[in-house]
Design a protein around this ligand. Structure first.
Ligand SMILES: [Zn+2]
Length: 178
């Protein structure tokens, strides 16, 4: 069990900038939507998957848009030390095109999702750096982050992180299909 008391289990705690808060109620997402994201995470294992949740205000309208994880290409260019099993990166051009399509359909970006490979679902320091501006504010106000823990034998958990303006930080809660 990776989350026990072995030295390996503590390694992820050091990488975690935010994790699920046991005091918060779960974030309920449409069952088919969550299943789509978890399926994407399983298919991409042993690499991280990534994508967007887009839709109108009503979460029943949301859909998952799969993106390519171009992190290994970034590493090959020397832009990062991490490969696609350790991090994700959505191609900037693809992201702009997708956001333009959403806008044309009257949809907004609601969340960015990605998976973690063989470790827990937390917001890593790398994830937090990508999700915030240099002064520590959310890069996309109102946009949540959904992280899925994917292992060789399947998905173990999904955690929803949204920005708490009072506490000035992302807070995580378990994501559940409902
Ligand atoms: Zn991550």
């Amino acid at each position: 069990m990776a989350d026990g008391s072995s030295p390996r289990s503590e390694a992820w705690l050091e990488r975690a900038a935010a994790r699920a808060d046991p005091d918060l109620p779960p974030r309920v997402l449409p069952r088919a939507l969550l299943a789509d994201v978890l399926g994407h995470a399983r298919e991409c294992h042993p690499e991280e998957c990534c994508g967007l949740l887009v839709g109108t205000e009503d979460s029943r309208s949301w859909r998952a848009v799969r993106c390519a994880n171009v992190q290994s290409a970034r590493r090959a260019r020397g832009d990062s030390d991490l490969d696609a099993s350790q991090a994700f990166w959505i191609d900037e051009q693809q992201l702009l095109e997708l956001l333009g399509e959403c806008d044309a359909r009257g949809e907004s970006l609601r969340a960015v999702y990605h998976s973690h490979v063989d470790t827990a679902a937390y917001l890593s320091h790398t994830d937090l750096d990508s999700a915030t501006t240099t002064d520590g504010q959310p890069l996309w106000p109102g946009v949540a982050h959904l992280v899925v823990s994917a292992w060789g034998d399947g998905v173990r958990e999904a955690v929803w992180f949204d920005w708490d303006p009072g506490e000035q930080r992302f807070r995580g809660r378990p994501a559940q299909g409902g």
